[in-house]
Design a binder for this molecule. Structure first.
Ligand SMILES: [Zn+2]
Length: 100
């Protein structure tokens, strides 16, 4: 419990390194406005597995008992989508760390 799942957004990769977010209220939002820790919520097929993560703060990278990593292992999430997730996550993280 305690997870914020109020956002309802779809993330599309329109071309390499270019992403479009489809949201109910907005045409598009800047991907760099997504907090890196919330990124998994933007991958719709990840969402049903997020609740299986042991930790609410799970980043789905190397954690034990991560619902996303387990789904990946079981072939329920495609490797390519997961790779995209990690790549975008690292981009966001980098931006966050270099904001100042
Ligand atoms: Zn996780």
């Amino acid at each position: 419990m305690g997870k914020n799942t109020t956002t309802d957004v779809t993330l599309y990769e329109i071309e390499k390194n270019s992403y479009l977010l489809d949201t109910p209220g907005f045409q598009s939002i800047d991907i760099y406005e997504i907090p890196s820790k919330d990124l998994a919520n933007f991958f719709l097929e990840f969402r049903e597995y997020l609740k299986n993560c042991e930790f609410v703060s799970c980043l789905h990278l190397k954690e034990e008992n991560c619902g996303v990593l387990n789904a990946l292992k079981n072939g329920k999430i495609s490797n390519k989508r997961y790779e995209n997730f990690v790549k975008i996550y690292n981009d966001l993280k980098y931006e966050e760390e270099h904001k100042w």
